[in-house]
Design a protein around this ligand. Structure first.
Ligand code: ZN
Length: 107
């Protein structure tokens, strides 16, 4: 991701990142225009779900976009067949999108 310099409008490069929470981060950005040379901090915040995660983190609560057909989505999840799949990148924290979060027990 690149951001526009607020002074010269050239693209800047993110050179450092500080994660404040699962939804909020600070990006430290360097302008790509050597005649400008501005460095700055920008904040990003996830504030809306456009498409629900298949591996939702139960601690992250974002409002759903109004375009999401909640009734159809819920119906498809309840009535669809499932095929076993082991996630390769992000293990799910729950097995069901609408199941209540279960705290981790002793292993
Ligand atoms: Zn600049």
């Amino acid at each position: 991701m690149r951001l526009r310099c607020p002074h010269c409008s050239h693209l800047g490069t993110i050179v450092a990142l500080k994660v404040l929470s699962p939804t909020v981060s600070h990006h430290y950005v360097r302008c790509g225009n050597f005649e400008c040379g501005h460095t700055w901090r920008a904040s990003t915040e996830a504030d809306l779900t456009l498409s629900p995660s298949s591996t939702p983190d139960p601690t992250v609560v974002l409002p759903l976009s109004s375009h999401i057909r909640r009734d159809v989505l819920a119906h498809q999840i309840r009535s669809g067949d499932s095929v076993e799949h082991k996630p390769m990148l992000t293990p799910p924290t729950t097995r069901d999108l609408f199941a209540p979060a279960v705290p981790d027990g002793p292993s």
